[in-house]
Write a protein that binds this ligand. Sequence first.
Ligand code: CA2
Length: 145
Amino acid sequence: MAAPTIFVLNGPNLNLLGTRQPEIYGHDTLDDIAARLVARGEQLGVDIDMRQSNHEGHLVDWLHEAQAEGAKAVLLNAGAFTHTSVALYDAIKAISTPVIEVHLSNPHTRETFRHKSYIGMAAKGTIAGFGPTSYMLALDAAMAL
Ligand code: CA2
């Protein structure tokens, strides 16, 4: 039997990770984080499907795909769409696949426009503020569901 899959979806500008604003987001690239998740996934017996898009609709489509493919869970760092996207809120509500909100930084310690999260209003839970470790903690949380 195939190993279960966890989708790890990343939103706008996260392709720039490791190249700019290291004081906020650290020095790791998204590929570095993916490699760590895949290695941990191998230990846990789960496949990691890591994706990034700067387009809101892609993230909506991938949430639907997670459900259609029977993914075990979705780890979602929606980037700035976190604070704006009713479409992502609706997509999370529309699927039964558990979605865990992930952030590198802690949005609550930053600008007030980052304090509202449409993702957090629909997600199973949120892990934020631990840099790349947020993704590893979210993977552990997904495995514990
Ligand atoms: O802390 C997070 O993970 C965020 O989701 C990152 C988003 C931000 O809008 C959220 O409020 C919190 C921004 C991602 C932008 O990523 C960059 C990475 C390197 C250089 C510039 C932007």
